[in-house]
Design a binder for this molecule. Structure first.
Ligand code: ZN
Length: 193
């Protein structure tokens, strides 16, 4: 099980080093420390494994490592059924690969992974830390207050400034994303706008 986490972290680092906006956003952390965290198996696992979305050459390794790791992950929802609905919660999940409360602890950065099934709307939300999305597989329509919306697929990135509301919509494809946070409030949860 630990080997699957090491593999995923290694693949994440490989992707990090191959996409220029990521190391420009923040250096790879040098304080990573393994934490034993109980798995939280939720329905998103079977959706991720059966429909992970199409990956690109640089993202395939991380996608497949995450699919293999899925049953052992401490998955989180954060949002309530009132905020996003039951269907959303059944086909969405995120987890902290590295960060203040991650499977690997770091106080320098937060690296999370999120999966959204097809045809979901992730409503407008915001958070203090700056954010950089890197798409691992599938695709989604990204909206940010004050900016042009954009459909993004494997290997593409999108930056969200501190406390700037943003939203995500999936259509025919699911989306799997590797997400970096930097700055104050790394352990915060996003808030629905
Ligand atoms: Zn965000």
């Amino acid at each position: 099980m630990r080997a699957l986490f090491d593999k995923a972290l290694n693949e994440a680092r490989g992707l990090f080093e191959s996409l220029a906006p990521l190391p420009e956003f923040a250096p790879w952390p040098n304080d990573l420390e393994w934490q034993d965290r109980a798995s939280n198996p939720i329905p998103v696992i079977k959706h991720l494994q059966s429909d992970p979305g199409e990956a690109g050459e640089t993202t395939l390794g991380l996608r497949d490592a995450l699919c293999a790791l899925a049953p052992y992950i401490e998955w989180r929802h954060t949002y309530t059924e009132e905020e996003v609905g039951r269907d959303f919660l059944n086909r969405f999940g995120w987890f902290e690969l590295a960060g203040p409360t991650g499977h690997f602890r770091s106080s320098q950065i937060r690296m999370t992974v999120g999966y959204w099934g097809t045809g979901l709307y992730y409503p407008w939300h915001q958070h203090r830390p700056e954010e950089l999305y890197a798409i691992v597989s599938g695709q989604g329509y990204f909206e940010t207050e004050g900016e042009e919306p954009q459909t993004l697929g494997p290997g593409q990135t999108r930056y969200h400034p501190s406390n700037r509301p943003h939203a995500l919509t999936t259509n025919a494809d699911p989306i799997l994303a590797f997400i970096l946070w930097r700055g104050a409030g790394l352990a915060d949860n996003p808030r629905v706008s």
